[in-house]
Design a protein around this ligand. Structure first.
Ligand code: GTP
Ligand code: MG
Length: 408
């Protein structure tokens, strides 16, 4: 009996992964992710179903015609059946959530009209395990070599054109001092890559990075780096991972583990393939014409240009001249640069941009919204400030009342 991975079978049958998961749900077959394996007799059954149904578009019509209620019941059943597993791995939750989302797609909703966006992938791991080098290999740059002391001290956000399309990468520092930066990096990610050096295995900040990804409920992919070294020991890394209840696929679990080398490039294509598979499953979409929203990745003062903010566009489109509000701070975009440093006039979803125009350094991790004009920006800030004062006042009052009650 030979088992087959779900995504391999989907590829073979020319089906979208999401459609394959629908079929599996329909059959009541449980799985944790597209990389789970299925039994040979199930494979035969799926082949029959696909042959009977004909092409993918015909499936879509049949699904759309089905009453919405029965679709909902089906997804609930699937969810409760998978419930205990979902809590164990983020991938499981992701796979199921996507299967449910896909059903929404075929319903007469407008989600399918919203364009896809590039995935945001955060790279995390222990210091010196090769995160920046891996990104350098992917982006064909040499950032690691230029860093002071060879240590990343801030978060970098980059757009990379890869063989699998555009991917936005966020590089984070591995040094123990930068816990908050890692946590924020995990929070804006669609996928987290945990880089582990094959000669060092799991280290304190590896565990911390894994915990951030789990807390942010972001699917994880493990990249075992430095496989070119003679002392590389991928098996030890995999065994160590199982002790954290993260079981690699080849040990019967669902954790995707990819051995790579940032030096030779070995395995990097596989890593990109897994990222794009995962992104496809998550069905990431954002409306470039919708209301703008974004998040501050980083803010700093540049000696020459003044306050410089790195913002990730999540929804809508930013234009030079737009008014932005972050917390109780606003600014008008004077100039905007892409991650390569080139000037741009506008930026759509999944684009990290550097912005000149804030008068104060915006706090990393804060939400960014836009305002129609300066007046609207000031109004928004005034109402935020008044909400804050009310909340602070209420707190003081609560404290006073409590003291009254406890009084002499
Ligand atoms: P921090 O940002 O400080 O946490 O480090 P990092 O994880 O970004 O590591 P970085 O890319 O700076 O690499 C650390 C060291 O490991 C450098 O000397 C790299 O040349 C080396 N290195 C990175 N990847 C590989 C690899 O695949 N093979 C070998 N042999 N060395 C590597
Ligand atoms: Mg680095």
């Amino acid at each position: 009996m030979s088992k087959v991975r779900i995504y391999t079978l989907a590829k073979e049958l020319n089906l979208e992964n999401a459609r394959m998961l629908e079929i599996l749900d329909g059959l009541g077959v449980s799985y944790k992710s597209v990389s789970s394996t299925i039994e040979e007799d199930t494979v035969e059954l799926i082949k029959q179903i696909v042959a009977e149904e004909g092409t993918g578009s015909a499936d879509g019509e049949a699904q759309a015609a089905a009453p919405a209620e029965s679709q909902a019941t089906q997804s609930q059943a699937t969810q409760s059946q998978d419930a205990p597993e979902q809590q164990e791995t983020p991938q499981a939750a992701q796979a199921s959530a996507t299967a449910v989302q896909t059903r929404d797609d075929v319903a007469p909703a407008s989600k399918a009209e919203i364009p896809h966006r590039a995935p945001v992938v955060t790279i995390m791991g222990h210091v010196d395990h090769g995160k920046t080098s891996l990104l350098d290999y992917i982006r064909k740059t040499k950032v690691a070599a230029k860093e002071a002391g060879g240590i990343t001290q801030h978060v970098g956000a980059f757009e990379a054109q890869t063989s699998k399309g555009k991917i936005v990468f966020i590089d984070t520092p591995g040094h123990e001092a930068f816990t908050t930066i890692r946590a924020r990096g995990a929070n804006v990610a669609d996928i987290a890559i945990i880089v582990i050096a094959a000669d060092d295995s799991l280290m304190p900040q590896t565990r911390e990075a894994i915990a951030h990804a789990q807390a942010a409920k972001v699917p994880m992919i493990i990249a075992i780096n430095k496989m070119d070294l003679p002392q590389a020991n991928a098996d030890k890394v995999k065994t160590d991972l199982t002790q954290l209840n993260l079981v690699p696929e080849e040990y019967g679990g669902d954790l995707i583990v990819v051995p790579v080398s940032a030096r030779t490039g070995e395995g990097v294509e596989d890593l990109l393939e897994y990222i794009s598979l995962n992104a496809e499953l998550e069905d990431l979409r954002a409306d470039p014409n919708g209301q703008f929203s974004g998040v501050v990745i980083e803010g700093k003062v540049d000696k020459q240009s003044g306050v410089l903010a790195t913002v990730m566009v999540q929804e809508g489109t930013l234009h030079v001249g737009d008014f932005l509000v972050v917390g109780e701070n606003y600014g008008k975009i004077k100039a905007m640069m892409d991650s390569a440093g080139g000037r741009i006039k506008e930026a759509g979803p999944s684009t990290p941009v550097q912005i000149l125009g804030f008068s104060e350094v915006p706090t990393s991790g804060e939400k960014v919204s836009s305002a129609k004009n300066e007046h609207a920006a000031r109004d928004l800030i005034a109402s935020r400030a008044s909400d804050r004062r009310d909340a602070e006042g209420a707190q003081v009052l609560r404290k006073l009342t409590l003291e009254d009650m406890m009084g002499p």
